[in-house]
Design a protein around this ligand. Sequence first.
Ligand code: ZN
Length: 307
Amino acid sequence: MSNALFYFFAFRALLRRTIITACLGVVCNAAVAQVQLVSPPDDDPQRTELTEPFEIIDGIYFVGGRIHRPSYLFTTSEGHILLDTTFDESVPEIVANIRKLGFDPEDVKLLLSSHAHHDHVGGHSNMREITGATTVASAADADVIESGGKTDFRDTGLWPPATVDRIIVDGEQVKLGDRVLTAHFTPGHTKGCTTWTTVVEEDGIQYDLVVLGGLNVNRTEPLIDNPRYPDMPQQFAWSFARLKVLPVDVYLGAHGYWYGLNEKREQMLAGGDTNPFIDPEGYQNAIRFFENAYLERLKNDTYDDAE
Ligand code: ZN
């Protein structure tokens, strides 16, 4: 491609993004549900009640039975990708949801994760056996997934150890059929925490989608001078810095409340002209919220060591 052509396409892409962002800013202010970034209490229906599976956008489905701990199915022309399996005991719910949508669990070819904690990879072993899928993880999280949580720096929550078949590096693309997912390492919450991005299309417009891997400072562990994770504060700072500059139109995450899954789902069911999950402003607000919580912990590193 000539230089002139290259600059033409680069400029056109930049212009498109600017126009979309400007339009969405107006739409979002008016239409998107107010997101409450508060973890629901133990008896909240978001944690306790099963939610029907549904399509979020462009072949990406919520299949992980509970709003609080979602599991995502990315369908492709060559089989499917499943991101997070939640708890071991929730695997039958996820499998049933995949079937309910008309897909075959045995068509799940890749098993990804947001981060190596029991509520996200607890079902990996079981799901790998049912689907025959290839498990994919960062080296740091793979070590913890394969130990069933025993090698984590945090003492809470063990799970059935699961084999990791493929180790990925930062920035690596995972491809299946017509779907490409890119791994962005965002360590801090776990050492190998991974944020995934892809491009989706709705009504002829392309959008950048992100699934946030983990943003919370663990409340059961010291952030500063943690002998089992000495550079945790620096890694969190590095992760926030890179998340702030990611191009994002649609954001999802390892927990529903991070992006208002409950509210946006209800808004979607109520109907409307725009997909409520297209929410670039909400993304920036969420990153700021979690970064501020991290900065507060840097000032006052109180944690709950009772667990
Ligand atoms: Zn976690």
